[in-house]
Ligand binder design. Sequence first.
Ligand code: KG4
Ligand code: ZN
Length: 362
Amino acid sequence: MIRVLGIETSCDETAASVVALDGGGAPKILSDIVLSQIEEHAAFGGVVPEIAARAHVEALDGIIVAALADSGVDLADIDAIAATAGPGLVGGLIVGLMTAKAIAAAANKPLIAINHLEGHALTARLTDGLDFPYLLLLVSGGHTQIVAVRGVGDYQRWATTIDDALGEAFDKTAKMLGLPYPGGPNVEKAAATGDAARFAFPRPMKGSAQPDFSFSGLKTAVRQAATAIAPLSDQDVADICASFQAAVADALDDRVSRALNRFRQEFPSELKPALVVAGGVAANRTIKTTLEALCEKAGFAFVAPPLKLCTDNAAMIAWAGIERLRAGISGENSADFVPRSRWPLDSISAPMVGSGRRGAKA
Ligand code: KG4
Ligand code: ZN
């Protein structure tokens, strides 16, 4: 039996969870508490890092106490503390990692510093018991990546965004159209009554041999269309949202199908490989349906973990800790580990084309 306390504070969710692995190798989420800061940031139309860091400071202690109480496990019986140490907003990372270090030191437990992206990458093994290798599409407010997940600590980034993350594009589109934050669900809702054929928005990167994503050109096209017909009626907003969503789905279809082909070539012995989707944008029905159809056509299993576990949470961090313990990879197991606002999952991948000196934004 392994039991790990996980802590997540890299963006605007304060989260703690206890996950156990029993002797037979079956995982169980004993508690999973996520406090969203959406209300604190809504007035600003996006996450404000300073506000996020302060909110984590205020909430984290109570959330950890509640996660331990809910799990019915004493801190003394926890095997390790796993905390997100990057990538993310550095203020929040400091709060989470320092708290984890303090608990680990006081309770004399090992500390495992976890890469947030590894948490997303391994979730499908917690929820669906997936075997390696598989392909991950991570589409959230901060990340847009395709990753070949080959083993614990063995990830290859095949594509990333050269500018905005997909969730960011949804949020910015919503803001331009006067829809509330967070933008994704509101864009989807408005799109339901819109005409997706009214605006011919660009399909970024479609047909390009470079495997990556790009969304800032699409965002600009949306702004230009909106400005050209302002003031916008509700129907105009709905039509822009529907046309934007159609462009996104089409672009994803093209990008992901390239990755599925590459997966087939690199792992020819996998008869029914899986594509896992994670991140808040995976909640979008149009996107989900598009990817499901693509997988069906390509002979891939489509795996979408429950939304609660594929948006930011601490169960995935605790689980990544268990995976590392089980694999005997101490990883970043050190009280000296310093939070990293940028921390690529795949350290071998070349820096992004078009990214600045410090790397791509998302
Ligand atoms: O994974 P997540 O909860 O948090 C991080 O970004 O880490 O993802 C949030 C993102 C936001 O940008 C939000 O607008 C987007 O996911 N999102 C959606 C939908 N629901 C959430 N985007 C499109 N359609 C949705 N239904
Ligand atoms: Zn995330």
